[in-house]
Ligand binder design. Structure first.
Ligand code: PGA
Length: 243
């Protein structure tokens, strides 16, 4: 595991964007696993900046997003599809048909999960999987539990997760109760995992996840088993690693 701690958000964003762009430049048809939330926004901004400088093209890149809320209509401003359009896809040259995000607006969630897994299986292996970590140690929406699932699945969000995401909605009632998430199988199968962590409130969970026992109670702890894990943290999140 390769841990980097940055004393500024700017340097962290540049490092994260550099790894994404490096993957796209070196692999002919790169497959990126992408994440949403507050953590990656600065990295996407930096990727767009570099794209605008003419340093990279995404014409041959394929993307798979980790997750999507269940029950939000297509085009809902808080859907992860809209997030990705607003932070990345609208500003780069990736063809629409190479973008994949689970569709949480469909009646048949089970069929959608199966369809997503088939797309992932056809793609083979994600070259670079970008991840954040939830306050409870979740990755994607693989929430702490007695067991974790390999496949893409629908999940009932934990109360703490809904509360953390309530800032994006007008009221708690509007926060979806369920989401579709890529399972642990596709995440752990990625060639390289880029885990990004920011903020003092994540310091304890990231320290436990990376140095404590491997347990399904902290899904991110399974990342300890990954042969190519890169962790980028700001100094607040990395506080317990700096002695
Ligand atoms: P955040 O979410 O980036 O908004 O903190 C991370 C996550 O829940 O995985």
């Amino acid at each position: 595991m390769n841990i980097h701690i940055f004393d500024s958000q700017e340097k962290l964003n540049q490092a994260g964007a550099g790894i994404i762009i490096g993957t796209v430049q070196t692999k002919q048809r790169a497959i990126l696993g992408l994440a949403t939330g507050s953590t990656p926004t600065g990295i996407y901004e930096e990727v767009v900046r570099e794209y605008n400088r003419g340093l990279v093209s995404f014409r041959k890149t394929t993307t798979f997003n980790l997750d999507e809320y269940v029950g939000l209509p297509v085009g809902h401003p808080e859907s992860y599809l809209v997030y990705m359009q607003q932070h990345l896809f609208n500003f780069i040259d990736i063809p629409a048909e190479q973008i994949h995000i689970p569709d949480g607006s469909l009646e048949d969630t089970l069929a959608e999960c199966k369809r997503y897994d088939e797309l992932l299986a056809d793609a083979g292996q994600i070259d670079l999987q970008l991840l954040g970590i939830g306050h409870n140690g979740h990755i994607g929406f693989n929430e702490p539990d007695h067991a974790l699932l390999r496949e893409t699945h629908a999940v009932t969000l934990r109360e703490e997760t809904r509360q953390a995401n309530a800032i994006y909605f007008d009221s708690m009632d509007e926060v979806p109760a369920q989401a579709i998430t890529m399972g642990m199988g596709a995440i752990l199968k990625a060639k390289t995992i880029l885990l990004v962590v920011r903020g003092a409130e994540k310091a304890e969970i990231i320290h436990k996840a990376l140095t404590g026992p491997i347990t399904t109670a902290i899904p991110a702890s399974l990342l300890q088993t990954h042969p190519s894990l890169v962790v980028l943290m700001d100094s607040e999140a990395g506080r317990l690693f700096q002695t």
